[in-house]
Design a protein around this ligand. Structure first.
Ligand SMILES: NC(=O)CC[C@H](N)C(=O)O
Length: 223
């Protein structure tokens, strides 16, 4: 399995992402944003976390115009699997590959901590190794994680089973940490080949470092 990981100026989670997928047995290549094409043999494309272009204008708003993004759009259109983590999720929203937008956290503070997430829908490659309603503990680290979508858009997400993860407490009860509509922490597109989430599964790969709940998420892609 070949995983390509994009890198923009300001990306800071590309090597954690590489570590995570290599630990699971994948071959990983880091791809600079000025490249015209993602590698031909890519099985999964990951847009990792960070602060691409310093989060100027809005998080992800400049990265979406990078040279590599034409190839990313083409890869998505032909059904290639894409995972956006945190800033990667923001870039996918800005690029129109996922619906909705990110606003600043309600508190206006940067949130950095382990937090609980509930699996809402496991009928997809990303979460197929987890059970619906399962609670996971995964770190969050963002200031623009307040997911917004209008009412009609939310209805569509619900009808098409596109809501994958929601913030909750350790018992699975809804807990909104940043103001996100309907506590949404992760979604996918209608075709279920483009996934985005704000928490960082690549930072939850070692019990020694606080938890390994990220493993079963990322492993889903390697089936
Ligand atoms: N960890 C990250 O990817 C940070 C995402 C983003 N730049 C924010 O702070 O909202």
């Amino acid at each position: 399995m070949k995983v390509s990981v994009l890198q923009f100026p300001g990306t800071n989670c590309e090597y954690d992402t590489q570590y995570a997928f290599e630990k699971l047995g994948a071959q990983v290549e880091i791809v600079w944003h000025k490249e015209k094409k993602i590698p031909e043999d890519t099985d999964l494309l990951v847009i990792p976390g960070g602060f691409s272009y310093g989060d100027y204008l809005r998080s992800g708003a400049i990265a979406r115009f990078a040279t590599i993004m034409d190839s990313v759009q083409a890869y998505a259109a032909k059904g290639g699997k894409i995972l956006g983590i945190c800033n990667g999720f923001q870039i996918l929203l800005e690029a129109g590959l996922l619906p909705g937008a990110m606003k600043r956290n309600d508190s206006l503070h940067f949130i950095s901590k382990f937090h609980n997430l509930k699996v809402i829908n496991n009928d997809n490659t990303f979460l197929s190794l987890l059970k619906d309603d399962q609670v996971l503990n995964i770190p969050v680290a963002h200031h623009d994680g307040n997911y917004f979508i209008d009412e009609a858009g939310l209805k569509e997400l619900e009808q098409n089973n596109q809501i994958l993860l929601k913030y909750c407490d350790e018992n699975g009860t809804a807990e909104n940490i940043n103001g996100s509509v309907s506590n949404i922490a992760g979604i996918c597109n209608k075709e279920k080949n483009v996934f985005g989430l704000m928490p960082h599964p690549e930072r939850a790969m070692e019990e020694l470092l606080g938890g390994d709940d990220g493993i079963r998420m990322l492993k889903g892609f390697l089936q």
